[in-house]
Write a protein that binds this ligand. Structure first.
Ligand code: PMP
Length: 351
């Protein structure tokens, strides 16, 4: 979280200006909260350039509930099949939930190379009548990130799990049928998930699906079909304002993220093979820098010594091993520099 946002939240915690009470105490129907919700939506819309053809929804259930919601709304009962590009762990989880709603097939799967790469346009074919094409723009565990949207026929809605790279760079929303992101990486605290969706697609879904999953309920009720996660939306609005007003927008954020990530990739590339990046160079993530060391012993030593230097949460996921440095938007340049310094120092002592 950006420190300035945490301080604002702290200042307003006991008494929300104008409310005479804490945000945690007022109703989600209170005019002040409704204004906060609309402001959060409008700030996101202006940051991303979202047109009126799209709804912006605030939902609960994390990114995980969207694995089911997407298939319930866009696949169930259509007689079509949904097509998935599997480039890492989260895409695999998503397809397994979609299969409960209808036919969902992987038209690309990078499992043979342990999800270290992304497909080129010639590596897969999307059916013209697919219910949708699904992909994960940044696979958090593997650290592979699409640089551009995958090729997709105009007749097929493109769907993206943007959970771990939402707001890290400009996003051409009009290329998508639907995109979504849990907030807890770049957009705010855990508890809210943003869904940006073409309104005409919402209208096509079958109203008999479970009410919470039915996007139209959320759209028609301005994300207040039931009680929304008020605190998470309030903080998300502040993070969006920080991005727009303090950082200067998403193009500026991308520049900063490129500088931060490339400083670590440079150390990996110049380490003479001591650090080995997991992701192929052309699909390296701006958000999750994944790499291995020559042995498990050195990996354990790296993590332990890094911890002693107050560099935390570096252990890679067990499916990939090694190290994962997650450097989301709010990670300051100084934090990345401190890690880079430690990596260089560790190499000189152990290389
Ligand atoms: N998709 C991606 C890309 C993620 O990184 C995560 C969480 N790390 C999820 C989905 C699942 O999110 P949640 O825990 O909010 O359900």
């Amino acid at each position: 979280m950006p420190e300035s946002v945490l301080r604002e939240v702290q200042d307003e915690m006991l008494c929300l200006p104008g409310a005479g009470a804490s945000l945690l105490e007022i109703s989600h129907r209170d005019k002040l909260f409704v204004e906060i919700l609309h402001d959060a939506e409008n700030t996101l819309r202006s940051l991303l350039g979202v047109s009126d053809d799209y709804g912006v929804l605030f939902m609960q259930g994390g990114a995980t509930l969207q694995f089911s919601a997407i298939a319930a709304n866009l696949l169930r009962g259509t007689g079509k099949r949904a097509e998935y590009l599997l480039t890492g762990s989260w895409g695999k989880k998503a397809i397994s939930e979609a299969k409960k709603e209808g036919e969902a097939v992987a038209i690309y799967d990078a499992k043979e190379t342990n999800y270290d790469r992304l497909p080129g346009a010639s590596d897969y074919t999307v059916s013209d009548d697919a219910a949708y094409l699904y992909y994960c723009s940044n696979e958090t565990i593997q650290g592979v990130q699409f640089q551009n949207e995958p090729e997709c026929p105009a007749s097929v809605p493109l769907v993206s799990d943007a959970s771990s790279d939402f707001l890290c760079r400009p996003l051409p929303v009009d290329k998508y049928g639907l995109l979504y992101a849990c907030a807890q990486k770049n957009a705010g605290p855990a508890g809210v998930t943003v869904v940006v969706m073409r309104k005409d697609l919402i209208e096509k879904a079958d109203p008999s699906i479970p009410g919470y999953l039915y996007y139209k309920n959320h759209l028609d009720n301005d994300s207040e079909w039931n009680t929304p996660p008020t605190f998470a939306i309030y903080v998300l609005g502040k993070v969006a304002r920080w991005l727009r007003d303090d950082i200067g927008g998403l193009a500026e954020m991308e520049k900063i993220n490129r500088e931060k990530s490339s400083s670590l990739y440079k150390i990996i590339d110049e380490s003479g093979g001591f650090y080995r990046g997991h992701a192929n160079v052309e699909c390296r993530s701006l958000m999750n820098v994944t790499f291995n060391l020559p042995s498990d012993e050195l990996t354990a030593k790296f993590i332990s010594e890094a911890g002693a230097n107050r560099l935390a949460a570096l252990k890679g996921h067990r499916s990939v091993g090694g190290i994962r440095a997650s450097i989301y938007n709010a990670m300051p340049r100084e934090g990345v520099d401190a890690l880079g310094q430690f990596m260089a120092d560790f190499l000189s002592r152990n290389g």
